[in-house]
Ligand binder design. Structure first.
Ligand code: ADP
Ligand code: MG
Length: 336
């Protein structure tokens, strides 16, 4: 288990990490999610031993890592610019760490075959990496990181350079592999879909601090504050006055599943809405776009507040149509 405590890193005036606490338990897939510049890469570099912190401590199973050299920490690394050796074969790349560890040649060959299987590249040993697609090169980089059987794998935006379809496929495969092999993983990304699709637990970073952590479901269902809610793409954030389970808003009363009272900000998740005669919120559809499994609608209320929603029922109202909307209380989050 990795334990990071009170970690602070400064670059001149800039505080890149500010008293960060973090744990990764054995076999866990932890995603560190945050916008560009929030300190994710710095965190990974400190854990890897590539960057010295100003203060704070790092330990693995209770043993301090602070004075352990980077290559002796037992962590596998995979960065976005995966830096494969372009003139070596796939096997030559994957075997790199094993040769460094002086593994005998026949065992190297066995291990290379095993990890190439894991990443979906069986039989690729003698291919030249220069002729592989971007997705295949990422798999080789992953195999190279996994070959020495690291006690934790750390990945920094590993699929960021791939197109969307390949990214989604690879993220699904990565999760499958990490779960099946029990690989303890620290995965850094700015992409929430990647983090939610991959992780057992998510830590959200903001300006070098931990803004929130929890399982994907916990974070999704209860973003801790307005910043996290907006970062996750929840744009319906409004003022309300709450009495007895009902929130009074500029566009009408909204039932909530919370015993909060008084003035609060509310987040109404986009999946909260259904078009229904019985709905108490009225508005006019201003935009409508098809998103595969659902339509994304923006509805303008008489008070001027715009509501963004995902509608998967049929028929889907057209732009210009006036609709009545019902709001699921379980999809309304009361911020503190
Ligand atoms: P992320 O990976 O989340 O995009 P980084 O950890 O790369 O964020 O950077 C966090 C902050 O620290 C940013 O403001 C960045 O500009 C700054 N920073 C990172 N590395 C250095 C460095 N070597 N020198 C100066 N500033 C740095
Ligand atoms: Mg980064």
């Amino acid at each position: 288990m990795l334990e990071v405590q009170n970690l602070t890193v400064r670059f001149g005036e800039k505080t890149a990490l500010d008293r960060v606490d973090l744990t990764v338990t054995d076999g866990e897939i932890l995603a560190v999610l945050g916008p560009s510049g929030s300190g994710k890469t710095t965190l990974l570099r400190v854990i890897a031993g590539l960057q010295a912190p100003e203060s704070g401590s790092l330990a693995w199973d209770g043993q301090r890592l602070d004075n352990v050299a980077s290559h002796e920490r037992g962590f596998g690394l995979m960065f976005q610019d995966y830096a494969l050796f372009p003139h070596r074969t796939v096997a030559g790349n994957v075997a790199f760490g094993l040769r460094m560890a002086h593994m005998p040649g026949d065992r190297i060959q066995e291990r290379v075959a095993v990890v190439l299987d894991w990443v979906g590249l069986p039989g690729y040993q003698d291919r030249s990496v220069g002729n592989l697609s971007g997705g295949e090169q990422q798999r080789v980089a992953l195999a190279r990181a996994l070959a020495p059987a690291p006690r934790m794998l750390m990945l920094d935006e590993p699929v960021g350079s791939l197109d969307r379809g390949m990214r989604e496929r690879l993220v699904g495969e990565l999760r499958h592999l990490f779960v099946e092999r029990g690989i303890t993983t620290l995965y850094v990304t700015h992409d929430q879909e990647e983090a939610f699709g991959l992780a057992d637990r998510i830590v959200i970073m903001k300006d070098g601090t931990v803004a929130q952590e929890g399982t994907p479901e916990q974070v999704w269902h209860k973003p801790g504050d307005e910043w996290v809610a907006r970062f996750l793409g929840f744009d319906n954030i409004i003022d309300a006055t709450i009495t007895g389970g009902v929130a009074d808003t500029s566009f009408g009363s909204v039932a909530i599943a919370s015993d909060a009272s008084g003035s609060h900000r509310l987040v109404i998740r986009p999946d909260a809405f259904t078009v229904s005669e019985a709905g108490t919120v009225r508005g006019t559809v201003v935009t409508r776009s098809f998103r595969g499994g659902h339509f994304q609608l923006r509805v303008s209320t008489p008070s001027g507040v715009l509501l963004d929603m995902e509608i998967d029922q049929h028929p889907v109202p057209d732009v210009g149509q006036t609709v009545n909307l019902a709001i699921d209380p379980d999809a309304v989050v009361v911020l503190d």
